[in-house]
Design a protein around this ligand. Structure first.
Ligand code: GTR
Length: 378
C-alpha cells in the first residue's frame, strides 16, 4: 500500500494506483534477483499470459523445419549474403509458413542481428530485392554498421483480421475455435510466436551471433516485440517503437488523447485474449500495468521509442513505464532507465539498460529510430 502510494506521488498524472512490480502477490517485497526470478517474474509473466496476450498452445512445434526459398545471393554491393528461408510448421489444422529474409554481413566472426516484425506490406517495406529502400527496414545502414538485418511479414503468421481465429497459425494448431478459452492466444501472441520461430532458425546459423539478437517492432509490431522479448529470453535486446496501448504505454496514466483498452478491444477484437476485454473502461481492475511487461525483459536490454506527434500512443505513458520498470534492473546491480524526467525531442537516454527517445515527427519507424537502436546496441 505504502509503495503504491509512493508511486502515485511520484507521478501526479497517474489516475489510479499503479501495481508495484516488486511486490509479490502475497504482499511480500521482492528484494533480490533470485526472488524476482523464482517468485515475482513467473507471477508477472502468468498475468500477461492469462489476462492480456493469451497462452500459446505450442511453442517450438515438433514439425518445425526450414527450407530455402531461393539460392543465397550476394547483395548490398557484395557486403552481405541474402538468405531467403521458409519457416514451415504443421499442426492438426494444416500447415503454415513464414517467409524470412536475412541479410548477413560478410565477416570473420558471427555478427549481431536485428529481427524486424513487419506489420506493413512486404513489397514496399521489406523488399528482399532492395528495389524499394524503405527506412522502415534500412538494410544497407544496418549492414554498414555490422548488423545482420532480418525481417518477416506478420501476416504470414496470422492475418491481421478478426475471422474468429480460424485462419493463420491459430487455425493450424487449434482448428476448432470453439475449443478456445478466455486465455487462448490472440493475434499479437501469434506474431510474437513467429518471431520466436525466427530465433529457432537463427540458432542454426553460425554466421549470426545468437547471443546478440534484437527484436524490433513498430506500433502493433511494437506490442508484439515487447511480448516476444518478455516471454522469450533468447533475445538480448527488445525494441518497442511507438507501441502505445497494450505495448509500452502505462494504462493508468491519464492521457485522454491516447488509445484506451476499451477502444483497442473494440477495433481490434483479435489482438488480445478474451480476458483482456474485462478491462475496457476498467483499467483500475487490471492486476498489472505495462511497466511490468518491460520489467520481464530484465536484466537484458530494452528500448522504448516514441514520436512527438504520436499522442495516440501516449508518449509520456510509454516513458513512465520505463521509469517504473527500472527497479528490476537494480536488483541485478544494473541501471534501468537513467533519467526520470520526460526528455525533450531528439535527446536519447541511453546510459542504462533501458533506452528511450522521443523522435520529432509522426507515428512511424524512421531512420532516426534505427540509428539510435544501433547506437544503443553498439
Ligand atoms: C492503430 C492502433 C494502434 C497501433 C496502430 C498501428 O490503429 O490503434 O494500437 O497499433 O494502429 O499498428 O499502426
Amino acid at each position: 500500500m505504502l509503495r503504491c502510494a509512493l508511486l502515485l506521488f511520484a507521478s501526479a498524472a497517474c489516475a489510479a494506483e499503479v501495481p508495484d512490480v516488486l511486490t509479490a502477490a502475497n504482499g511480500q517485497p521482492v528484494t533480490t534477483s533470485e526472488a524476482w526470478e523464482k517468485v515475482r517474474r513467473p507471477e508477472v509473466l502468468e498475468l500477461f499470459k492469462s489476462q492480456v496476450f493469451g497462452r500459446n498452445p505450442v511453442e517450438r512445434p515438433a514439425t518445425l523445419r526450414f527450407e530455402p526459398l531461393e539460392a543465397d545471393k550476394e547483395m548490398v554491393d557484395g557486403k552481405a549474403v541474402r538468405k531467403r528461408v521458409g519457416i514451415c510448421y504443421a499442426g492438426p489444422g494444416g500447415e503454415g509458413r513464414i517467409a524470412l529474409t536475412a541479410f548477413i554481413p560478410k565477416a570473420a566472426k558471427p555478427v549481431p542481428a536485428f529481427v524486424l516484425i513487419c506489420n506493413r506490406t512486404s513489397a514496399k517495406n521489406i523488399d528482399p530485392e532492395r528495389l524499394e529502400k524503405n527506412p522502415f527496414f534500412p538494410v544497407e545502414e544496418l549492414v554498414a554498421r555490422g548488423y545482420a538485418a532480418l525481417a518477416f511479414y506478420n501476416g504470414d503468421v496470422d492475418p491481421d483480421d478478426f475471422d474468429g481465429f480460424t485462419n493463420g497459425v491459430h487455425g493450424v494448431f487449434q482448428p476448432d475455435p470453439k475449443a478456445r478459452a478466455a486465455d487462448s492466444w490472440g493475434t499479437i501472441a501469434a506474431w510474437a510466436w513467429g518471431a520466436s520461430r525466427v530465433m529457432d532458425w537463427i540458432e542454426t546459423q553460425p554466421a549470426i551471433d545468437r547471443a546478440r539478437v534484437g527484436v524490433v517492432g513498430h506500433s502493433r509490431g511494437g506490442k508484439t516485440a515487447l511480448w516476444c522479448g518478455a516471454s522469450d529470453t533468447r533475445f538480448a535486446l527488445t525494441i518497442s517503437n511507438d507501441s502505445g496501448c497494450g505495448g509500452a504505454k502505462l494504462n493508468r496514466m491519464d492521457l485522454p488523447k491516447s488509445e484506451s483498452i476499451a477502444r483497442i478491444n473494440k477495433v481490434f477484437p483479435h489482438w488480445f485474449c478474451a480476458n483482456y476485454k474485462k478491462y475496457g473502461d476498467n483499467e483500475a481492475a487490471l492486476p498489472l500495468d505495462q511497466h511490468m511487461l518491460i520489467a520481464l525483459i530484465a536484466p537484458r536490454l530494452a528500448y522504448v521509442a516514441s514520436a512527438s506527434l504520436d499522442d495516440w500512443a501516449g508518449q509520456p505513458g510509454e516513458f513512465r513505464s520505463c521509469v517504473l520498470a527500472s527497479p528490476v534492473w537494480q536488483l541485478y546491480g544494473r541501471k534501468g532507465l537513467v533519467g526520470d524526467a520526460f526528455p525533450a525531442p531528439d535527446t536519447p537516454l541511453q546510459e542504462g539498460c533501458i533506452g528511450y527517445h522521443l523522435r520529432t515527427g509522426k507515428h512511424d519507424l524512421a531512420l532516426y529510430d534505427w540509428q539510435r537502436y544501433m547506437d544503443f546496441a553498439d
